[in-house]
Design a protein around this ligand. Structure first.
Ligand code: CP3
Length: 319
């Protein structure tokens, strides 16, 4: 359950006035926040507390994470010159990534056997933020660049793929036993553009993680039309958002791919019987897959009642 921490009073308490990026780069604090949802809800795995823009910040890119907004970049990347200015320093090296590795090692120690999932933003989703400079609804700046300046786009994807791979490999070497590659905004693409201009970069990242010997999960929102293509990028498990039933997703994936998903975050606010019926339906549909990692179809809304999440975890375990 990504960004699950936001709904927890103990998260807000330890974060205090610390900025999001400062918290991500403080190994002790990052480890503590990573463990909080496990302690409270009894979930089967932890996801490392960090953010997809952390490796960009560590590479020297000027970025902040604004509450209620998300990542905001000082200089949007729109031209071949912008790309060159961005990429000349290259992806973050081991020294730059040291606070991330330390946070992972500390989290793994405190989790005492509960597995830790590492993660990164996928090349397209990082490029979407870089091109727009901030969150956007249809990722027009990135989709324009892809077609108006294919050489600049290719250079940008090569850079974001290297950044994403470096972030994953650092987490794996520090003890993450699986990784999830978030291509959150890739659902804005048609399949042909995805396959021609994005898939090769995502495939490089997934291959780098696989070479470290861990299973990979790949996810994006609004990807009902792209599920098979996401799997073709090389992931072991495909994450599915709330829009497509898992039984349908399994069929689109050919019946042999494990899936992750896809409780609708909106239903966390519904009366318990409504949420319970939905969770049972998700688990039932997931039985069509050779494996099913139950989670939400997207992030936990910050105003979610944490007790509802604990009850939901108990229900899933009982099933
Ligand atoms: O639960 C966890 O803490 C897991 C760690 C995690 C965070 N971000 C922490 C975070 C993970 C896995 C992410 C991934 C992430 N970040 C994605 C991919 C997953 C997805 O949601 O599609 C994306 C697109 C981002 C970019 C980003 N960072 C967004 C959209 C936001 C939310 C902005 C807001 O406040 O609405 C962030 C900030 C962020 N990342 C928070 C957390 C806990 C909230 C920070 C806070 O205000 O406390």
């Amino acid at each position: 359950m990504r960004q699950a921490g936001r709904s927890l009073p103990e998260y807000r308490q330890v974060r205090g006035q610390t900025t999001m990026l400062q918290a991500c780069l403080d190994p002790d604090l990052a480890a503590e926040i990573t463990c909080q949802p496990v302690r409270r809800h009894g979930v089967d795995a932890a996801i490392f507390f960090s953010d997809i823009v952390v490796p960009l910040a560590l590479a020297g890119v000027e970025v902040t994470i604004e509450p209620g907004v998300g990542p905001v970049f000082a200089r949007p990347v729109r031209t071949v010159a912008d790309v060159a200015a961005l990429t000349h320093t290259g992806p973050p090296d081991d020294e730059a990534l040291a606070p991330v590795a330390a946070g992972v090692r500390e989290a793994v120690a405190r989790l005492a056997g509960t597995p830790l999932i590492g993660f990164a933003g996928a090349p397209f989703t990082l490029a979407a933020y870089l091109a727009q400079g901030r969150a956007s609804r249809d990722h027009l700046a990135a989709r324009r660049l892809m077609h108006t300046d294919p050489a600049a786009w290719a250079a940008l994807m090569e850079y974001t793929a290297a950044v994403s791979a470096a972030f994953l490999v650092a987490q794996i070497r520090a003890g993450a036993v699986a990784v999830q590659l978030f291509d959150s905004w890739v659902g804005s693409l048609r399949e042909a553009d995805y396959r021609a201009h994005v898939l090769p970069a995502s495939a490089k990242v997934l291959a780098a993680a696989k070479a470290e010997g861990v299973p990979t999960i790949h996810f994006g929102t609004g990807t009902g039309e792209l599920l098979a293509a996401l799997h073709d990028a090389g992931a072991d498990v495909v994450g599915v958002d709330h829009r497509v039933g898992l039984d349908v997703a399994v069929q689109r994936l050919g019946g042999t791919t494990p899936v992750q998903g896809n409780i609708d975050p909106a239903l966390l606010a519904a009366p318990w019987p409504v949420l319970e019926a939905h969770v049972r339906d998700v688990v039932d549909r997931g039985r069509a897959a050779p494996g099913h990692v139950v989670n939400l179809g997207h992030g936990v809304p910050p105003d979610t009642d944490p007790d509802v999440l604990t009850r939901l975890v108990r229900l899933v375990h009982s099933l």
